[in-house]
Write a protein that binds this ligand. Sequence first.
Ligand code: M6R
Length: 608
Amino acid sequence: MCGIVGFVGKKEASPILVEGLSKLEYRGYDSAGVAVLEDGEIKVRKFKGRLKNLDDNLKQSPLNGTIGIGHTRWATHGEPSDINSHPHTNENATISVVHNGIIENYIKLKEWLKKKGYEFYSETDTEVIPNLVDYYYKGDLFEAVAKATSKMEGSYAIGVICKNEPDKIVAVRKDSPLIVGLGEKEYFIASDIPAVLNHTREIYLLEDKEFVIMTRDGIEIKTEDGEVVDKEVFHVTWDVDAAEKGGYEDFMLKEIHEQPKAIKDTLTSRVLKDSPINLENINFTKEDLEAFDRVFIVACGTAYNSGLVGKTIIEKLAKIPVEVDIASEFRYRDPLITDKSLLIVVSQSGETADTLAVLRDAKRIGAKVLAITNVVGSSASREANHVIYTWAGPEIAVASTKAYETQLIAMYMLGIYFGEIKGTLSKEFADELKEELLQLPEKVKEVMGNKEYIQKYASRNYMDKDTFFLGRGLDYAVALEGSLKLKEISYIHSEAYAGGELKHGTIALIEEGTPVVALLTDDKLKDKMISNIREVITRGAKVLGIAYEGDKEAEQICDEVIYIPRTSTLLAPVISVVPLQLIAYYIAKQKGCDVDKPRNLAKSVTVE
Ligand code: M6R
């Protein structure tokens, strides 16, 4: 996910572009850049890192010009670096392009262009676009962009400027968002409405393959065949703040709602019915797997909780014993890791100090390291031997939600992948799991339908001082995540316990009215869990059950039940965690807490 902007008018372009980009940083902030037409030449400034680097540079040495394009990057193809930053230009800088999306056939296009004599400098897919436009340019920018995009596969929203048509921006989208802002003798393009709201509230919402041709004298929308499209103007009534969060009150709620898409994106092209799991560049053989003396999963916080699910999955599906540990503990334990071990590190940011320290120690010893991370170009992704990216998109709220979900998906894919290679998993069971994995986005969406019920539950329970989460098997791992979510954003003390363990001490804390959230998704362990629920009810607890639709027993024993759609027991964590995230969110909101930026916390813990 990246953000693009463009401006043509009578004012200086670069401050407007930078201000627009500042509203799109939520889409990625690995690098930022602008291209401005100054004295008839395309001038590009682009820097790795936050937008501030670009802003500081432009303040010190401004670019003067009234037309330009800008970009803020969430790296996918090529690590974050100055050279991989956008805008990209052709070799003699006559065409410049900003792009959000992925050009899936870029390798083919690149090879083809190379044969025609074009040179490439970055690792990006985007760099083919200005060269392709240049190849087709015969004096009409729109025609050249239309021809170039007809050769491109994948998703894109692009803005293009051309030295030979210095008053014009041509833009188009396919499967990536793009809007047009309509001002007085000035026009804007942007990936999202907030980027233009300080200038105009009149917007065109572009459809796929609608081309915008804008100069300071006017704007035209055309199809790729050149037919003019008559578009309705959309008047924006909401304010900038709400718009950045896509209309949601907070990033956390937005990110909870993005989970079905994040899961789908993480599964795409890796899990297909009736085909073996495809983890891109990861190619272990049966011999490799059998040669590992130990497999460790090491992480912190929520990522550690996903590792607990990973352990069960890999052990069950691939029959490989796995040890899970907290990074800050593991590193000082003199762990029994050797040059024959496999270390799996899990980190949304890929920058957590303790996790990186473990990764580096393991590499020094000669162990193989596989990183599961959400951030392309992060230290974990660069330093590990193998990477599985979780395609959750930027996670801005401190409390991790969609990253956790996609980490679970990575664990399932890895478990099935190992099982398929080792031959420990029957084809029937693997196919069944794959089919169920592909259904998860819809099932997660269904749970969101319970929002209002959960909100009411929160309004009755937000004054509680303590909450207990109980589960057995995978439900216990999810209970830990639910408990972490509640305490980090609502500041209510909470603990997660394995159902059978409570009576070994902690049950002493249960008294009249103590809230308990009990997970009941494991059919094999359900009777045991019911007994554990009875134990706390006898001591006065009020119990909220999380159970499958149609579970009458849960209804009979618990005070209240939130129902979730049925799935294979192994996959249940992906669904059962959603009500727990929503409970934490609504309780924190009722208490008036800042859910996106809870006290004492940072999104990425880069110190020990
Ligand atoms: O970026 P990482 O996944 O390495 O971060 C690990 C933890 O700091 C993180 O999961 C933290 O526990 C979250 N705030 C939990 O919501």
